[in-house]
Structure formats: structure tokens, C-alpha cells
Design a protein. Structure first.
Length: 335
């Protein structure tokens, strides 16, 4: 890539223009996106104008913003050069976060060999999963490096999705024998008893996000077979009592809705050869008024214990619709 600073458009204009050359025309097409939608998004968010002239992209705007836009374009082009696709979420990530992508140097053992110091990627049967923000990448690395890890932050930041992806990857690679996914069956404004069917029918709607994540990473028939063989378990938190979870990848989702006693019970299920991930959102506690969240207590009591990692997310890490990040920020401002 070659960057050329062009003279001002005219003497009275405060606008600045710079041009960047991208040698591979096919990659440039992918960089621009279908109907130039990637360029349009960069223009919209940064307030610049981008013009394509052959293998060059010229960016016009105030100088600091032009430099920001050039940084985004270079980062996305480098991503394409490494053989990875550029999707809308990747453009959004660069616009919101920027900066170089961290390599996997902090990983040890088999995981360091897996990432080879390059981008953090999780291989599953159906897709290659790539954390998109710095916090997500640090989170994934901590899942490989620690036997117990916490992911705490707002909805849409990939806490559960990435944890299940890592669990599936470790299961496929033979590092664990089972995947166990649990959630507190806490009502959020509706009563379980009002739902039709037996206990499984009543509980399954609360477990559906976990089923959805699994089906993203494994063929549906394989998921059904593994559940039938008890090599994948999806169950309410209460069903974990009295068990020792050995050689398993264990995820507790929506942990903010576990009581302190339930959290202690669950954490002490950890057995030999297992890894455990606790995810939760402190702003979405559905426990009765006056009942302390077990996630809050665990964070307070365990934060100084080695080999237990706490990973935090903010609205900047939201990878759902961009409006979700703005909604979370609005609620945070309101306190």
C-alpha cells in the first residue's frame, strides 16, 4: 500500500485529501464491499468522503479524521491479505475499536501452538469463529489459559457464544470428554408454571440460547446424538447439585441470576481435567429484591485467586446490531 498526501482542494478549504494504493484489485473489491457498502459505512461514521480511482482510494475530510479512515482501510485490507473475510461486523469493530489485533502470545501449551502467535480463531465443525474486539480476544485466550474464567458484561458481547465455541473446539480436539451447559431457571416476568408441558418443556425455553449456540458450531444431527449420549448436557443450574464434573467443559450462563449458595455449589462441582466458564450481566438480575447475586459475591471473593480470570466487556464489545450498543449506553447513562 502506498499513501500519497495530496494538496488541499483549494486555498480556502480546511479539507484534507490523501490517497492510498491497494495493489490487489480483487482484495480491493472485497474491501469496498457489495455496492461499496463498507466504504459507505466508513463515510457515514467518520464524516469523510471516499472516492475510488483505479487501485487508489482517496479520502477527503478534516485531517485527523482522514487519518482515522486510512487506518481503518489499511487494517481491513491487511485482514483480507491474511486470507480472512471482511464482514460488516469487522468494519464496525475497526471503526469502534481500531488498533492492531493482539496476537495469541499469552497462550501457553497446546493453545499457543494452535494460534501460532497469529489471529485468535476457534475452529468448530461448521464454522471458524473469530472474536472481533480486543476484550473478546483476551477472553478467549483466558478460557484456554485458566481452569476457571468469568465473562462479565452487557448482552450482545459474545460472552456465552464464545465460551460455547471454545467448549466445542476443545471437545472436538479431545481435550475434554463432555460439554455441560447450565443456566438458572429464573423467571423474568413470567411464571414457569404457566408454560405448557412437563418439566423439560417448561425449562427448554430458558435453555434455548445454549441450543442455538451449539447448533451454530455443530451439525444438528450430531448435537442431537451427543445430547442423547449425555456427552452434551444442557440443564438448569439446580440439576448440578451433588455432582463432580470431571473432564468436562462447563459453562454457567446468566450467572447473575444464581444465588450465593447456588454459585458456591456450582463452583465446587469443578473436577479433574475440567474447565469452567461463568458468564453474566450485572445489569440484568432477575432475583427477588433483597437476594444477593451469586455473581457479585464470586467476583468479590475470588478476584485475587491465581488461575481464576475475570474478563469484562462494555458496550464497545457489542457485536449484535449497532443499535444494541447505543441502547446499552443510554441505560448506563441513566444509571
Amino acid at each position: 500500500m502506498v499513501t500519497t498526501a495530496l494538496p488541499p482542494l483549494d486555498d480556502s478549504s480546511a479539507l484534507h485529501e490523501e490517497s492510498v494504493e491497494f495493489p490487489d484489485n480483487y482484495l480491493l473489491i472485497d474491501l469496498c464491499g457489495e455496492h461499496d457498502r463498507n466504504l459507505a459505512e466508513i463515510e457515514r461514521q467518520l464524516g469523510v468522503q471516499i472516492m475510488r480511482r483505479g487501485n487508489h482510494l482517496s479520502v477527503v475530510g478534516e485531517k485527523p479524521v482522514v487519518e482515522d479512515a486510512l487506518g481503518v482501510l489499511r487494517a481491513l485490507y491487511a485482514r483480507l491479505e491474511s486470507g480472512r473475510a471482511v464482514e460488516h461486523a469487522d468494519v464496525d469493530r475497526e471503526l469502534r475499536m481500531g488498533g492492531p489485533e493482539p496476537a495469541a502470545e499469552s497462550c501457553d501449551g497446546d493453545q499457543l501452538e494452535m494460534f501460532k502467535g497469529g489471529p485468535v480463531e476457534i475452529k468448530t465443525r461448521k464454522k471458524l469463529v473469530e472474536p472481533r474486539t480486543d476484550a473478546q480476544k483476551a477472553y478467549v485466550l483466558s478460557l484456554y489459559n485458566n481452569e476457571l474464567a468469568f465473562g462479565i458484561g452487557p448482552a450482545g458481547t459474545g460472552k456465552t457464544y464464545l465460551a460455547v465455541a471454545v467448549g466445542v473446539s476443545m471437545f472436538i480436539e479431545g481435550h475434554v470428554d463432555r460439554i455441560i451447559l447450565a443456566r438458572p431457571a429464573v423467571e423474568a416476568g413470567e411464571k414457569l408454571g404457566y408454560l405448557p408441558g412437563d418439566m423439560k418443556d417448561k425449562v427448554d425455553p430458558y435453555m434455548q440460547p445454549l441450543y442455538d449456540a451449539l447448533n451454530d458450531f455443530l451439525p444438528a444431527k450430531q448435537v442431537a446424538k451427543l445430547i442423547e449420549e449425555k456427552r452434551i448436557e444442557i440443564a438448569p443450574l439446580a440439576f448440578m447439585r451433588g455432582r463432580t464434573l470431571a473432564n468436562a467443559f462447563v459453562v454457567l450462563d446468566e450467572a447473575q441470576n444464581a444465588t450465593s449458595m447456588q454459585m458456591k455449589m456450582f463452583l465446587t462441582r469443578l473436577g479433574e481435567g475440567s474447565r469452567m466458564v461463568i458468564t453474566g450481566d450485572r445489569s440484568q438480575v432477575d432475583l427477588p429484591r433483597g437476594v444477593t447475586s451469586g455473581l457479585h459475591d464470586a467476583e468479590r471473593l475470588l478476584k485475587d485467586i491465581p488461575k481464576i480470570s475475570f474478563n469484562y466487556f462494555t458496550s464497545k464489545d457489542v457485536v449484535r446490531h449497532p443499535l444494541v450498543a447505543k441502547i446499552i449506553e443510554a441505560y448506563d447513562r441513566d444509571g
